[in-house]
Design a protein around this ligand. Structure first.
Ligand code: XBP
Ligand code: MG
Length: 263
C-alpha cells in the first residue's frame, strides 16, 4: 500500500490533552459561578460525547433542573465554552502539554519519505495552533497540509465527516492514507471513512473496544521511550512504530484482522 498521508487525531493522539481540557472546563465553571466541578472519573464518562460544546450540552441535559433552568443553561454553552477555550489555550501556550512519545519522530520519518501530514480533530481550531506551535515551534502548523477540526463539520466523531473532509482537502482516497486515533469514537469515525487505523489509547480511553483497529499500541514509542516487549508483541522491526513498518502493516491486514498489542 502506498501511503501518501498520515492523518492524526489531536486530543489523546498527538498529545494527552484531556486533563488540560478538564481543568479548563472547571475554571470556566468557576468563572460562571455554576457550582460544577468535573472529577476525572466523571470526565472520563463525559468524553463519550465528542466536542466540548456537545459535551457541555450532554451534561446539562442530564442535570436535575427545571426545563426553564435547563434552557437558560443551554443558552450559556457557547459562552462557557469560549471561556474554557481561553483557559485551555493559555495552558497549552505555556508549554504544559507535550506531544506524546514518538509523535515528533514519526512525523519526521514521514516527512523525510515525502508523506504528507493532516489533522482530523473535534477540537476548536485555536487549540490546534496552540498545541502545534508550543511543541513544534512557530512553523509547527505548516507541517500539516490539511487541518480539519472543530465546527468545520456538522457531525463530530464517531461520524466520519471530519475524516472525509480531510480526505477531500488532501484529494486522496482513504486507501492511500493511515489514520491515528486514541478513542472508540475516533476509531469509529476513521473506520467509517475507510481508514486502516493505528490506535494509541490513553487513560481517558483505554477501556474501549478497539477490535476494528489495524494496530493497537500503548504509544508510538521512540529510542528514548521504547515500547515494552517490542519488537515481538505487536511490532516486528523495532521497539517503536517506524514509518517503514507502518507502510508494511497498513498494506497487509484488514482492520478486522487487527493485531492487538497486549498492554
Ligand atoms: C477530542 C474532543 C474535543 C476535546 C475538547 O477531540 O472531543 O472536544 O475533548 O476540545 P479529538 P473542545 O480527539 O477529535 O481531537 O472543547 O475544543 O471541543
Ligand atoms: Mg482523540
Amino acid at each position: 500500500m502506498k501511503v501518501d498521508a498520515l492523518i492524526f487525531d489531536l486530543d489523546g493522539t498527538l498529545a494527552d490533552t484531556e486533563e488540560g481540557h478538564r481543568l479548563a472546563f472547571n475554571l470556566a465553571f468557576e468563572r460562571y459561578r455554576l457550582g460544577w466541578t468535573w472529577s476525572a472519573d466523571e470526565y472520563r464518562g463525559l468524553l463519550k460525547t465528542t466536542g466540548g460544546k456537545e459535551r457541555l450540552g450532554a451534561y446539562i441535559t442530564q442535570l436535575p433542573v427545571s426545563e426553564v433552568e435547563r434552557s437558560r443553561l443551554l443558552a450559556q454553552v457557547p459562552g462557557i465554552h469560549a471561556e474554557k477555550t481561553k483557559f485551555y489555550s493559555s495552558v497549552v501556550n505555556d508549554g504544559a502539554i507535550p506531544l506524546r512519545h514518538g509523535v515528533a519522530r514519526l512525523i519526521e520519518e514521514a516527512r523525510a519519505a515525502g508523506c504528507r501530514l493532516a489533522l482530523a480533530s473535534a477540537t476548536t481550531a485555536v487549540n490546534v495552533d496552540a498545541l502545534l506551535i508550543s511543541n513544534l515551534g512557530k512553523r509547527g502548523p505548516d507541517l500539516f497540509s490539511v487541518v480539519a477540526c472543530g465546527d468545520q463539520v456538522a457531525h463530530k466523531k464517531p461520524a466520519p465527516d471530519i475524516y472525509q473532509l480531510a480526505l477531500r482537502r488532501l484529494d486522496l482516497p482513504s486507501s492511500r492514507a493511515v489514520a491515528f486515533e486514541d478513542s472508540a469514537n475516533g476509531l469509529s469515525a476513521a473506520v467509517a471513512a475507510g481508514f486502516w487505523t493505528v490506535v494509541t489509547p490513553t487513560y481517558w480511553t483505554e477501556d474501549s473496544d478497539f477490535s476494528a483497529a489495524g494496530l493497537v499500541l500503548p504509544g508510538l514509542g521512540d529510542p528514548a521511550h521504547p515500547l515494552e516487549g517490542e519488537p515481538g508483541r505487536a511490532l516486528r522491526s523495532a521497539p517503536w512504530l517506524t514509518f517503514n513498518e507502518l507502510l508494511e502493516r497498513a498494506g497487509e491486514t484488514k482492520p478486522s484482522l487487527a493485531n492487538q498489542a497486549l498492554h
